[in-house]
Design a protein around this ligand. Structure first.
Ligand code: IPM
Ligand code: MG
Length: 352
């Protein structure tokens, strides 16, 4: 079987971490006899520099004709002065929107061996943390009407019922495979979109009687995450709240360099990217942690290609590398084996 994969390395540390992920996939291909066919395309700042456009049409076409997309990261200070629509980040938003990837799955799992890197007190994270954040990805304030006029600027948060319904279904289905608990996060004491959100999630919940649903305001959720992260199983929330809470949750696991994500639509097609950004401060220095991208690849094998054992193989290989004491600087402490991006990739390949 040939799997067609569009590869967007992007900006900053993007190329370095994606290189490692590709090494891993090639190893999986050799071991299990799969053919991964990579097609590298441009998006983000590098596309602006090379072809004058953040998201060239060809990129979108090739992504549409692939079975999955791998994306490193986009953006950087170099393009900060560009108007909103021309920025590298806009390419990512357009990709998500045009490929209809409305459902963003962000697991935040604490690896036992990384407990020391967690900034919370040991008693708070005793027993670990295993949360899946289900973030709505193609609507809300990111995509509502926006304009600025002199000293005034406006972004509108918009949601329609069907956009809430489909992400709610996704969250309940994921909860069915886990601890059967969904926390829906909103700000329904203030926002109209949140009131529609809460009402709709309650309606959909009736179809999943096996799942326990509770609601939480986003400010409280931000607090509860650091007070008692173990209370959460699946969190479902709108686009911007999900962006913010997933960064917060990632830090609890030790480093944002560890968190993968899958952006899915209605079929098996998906885009896989780390939760972190392009980290321009360490770009090109072989210091970035490739694990978030490597775990994103593992999600790709599972969600888009239905290759569960190959996916598990990657996860175990990552866990073994950590257990053996190998650390990139973001998760490393004095006395541990601090290694480079490439070395981490090589060790994980060996473990496979
Ligand atoms: C993320 C990122 C993006 C987002 C940016 C780069 C547009 O922060 O994937 O979480 O806000 O969605
Ligand atoms: Mg983010």
């Amino acid at each position: 079987m040939i799997y067609k994969i569009a590869v967007i390395k992007g900006d900053g540390i993007g190329p370095e971490i994606v290189e490692e992920a590709i090494k891993i996939l090639n190893k999986i291909g050799d071991k299990y006899n799969h053919n991964f066919d990579f097609n590298e395309v441009l998006a983000g700042g590098i596309a602006i520099d090379k072809v004058g456009k953040n998201l060239p049409n060809e990129t979108l076409e090739i992504c549409r004709n692939s079975d999955a997309v791998i994306l490193g990261a986009v953006g950087g200070p170099k393009w900060d002065s560009l108007p909103g629509n021309e920025r590298p980040e806009k390419a990512l938003l357009e990709l998500r929107k045009k490929l209809n990837l409305y459902s963003n799955i962000r697991p935040a799992v604490m690896f036992d061996v990384l407990k020391e890197s967690c900034p919370l007190k040991p008693e708070i994270i005793k027993g670990g943390m295993d949360i899946v954040i289900v973030r709505e990805l193609t609507s809300g304030i990111y995509f509502g009407e926006k304009y600025s006029k002199g000293d005034y600027a406006c972004d509108s948060m918009e949601y329609s019922k069907y956009e809430i319904e489909r992400i709610a279904h996704q969250a309940f289905k994921i909860a069915q495979t886990r601890n059967k608990q969904v926390t829906s996060v909103d700000k329904s004491n203030v926002l109209e979109t949140s009131r529609l959100w809460r009402k709709t999630v309650n309606e959909i919940a009736k179809k999943y009687p096996d799942i326990t649903l509770n609601h939480m305001y986003v400010d409280n959720a931000a607090m509860q995450l650091v007070k008692n992260p173990k209370q959460f199983d699946v969190i479902v929330t709108e686009n911007m709240f999900g962006d913010i809470l997933s960064d917060e949750a990632s830090m609890i696991t030790g480093s944002i360099g560890m968190l993968p994500s899958a952006s899915l639509g209605d079929n098996n097609f998906g885009m896989y990217e780390p939760v972190h950004g392009s980290a321009p401060d360490i770009a090109g220095s072989n210091k970035a942690n490739p694990i978030a991208t490597i775990l994103s690849i593992s999600m790709m094998l599972k969600y888009s290609f239905d290759l569960q054992k190959e996916s598990d193989n990657i996860e175990h290989a990552v866990k073994k590398a950590l257990k053996d004491g190998f650390r990139t600087p973001d998760i490393g402490k004095i006395g541990e084996k601090i290694i480079t991006t490439q070395e981490m990739g090589n060790i994980i390949v060996e473990n496979i």
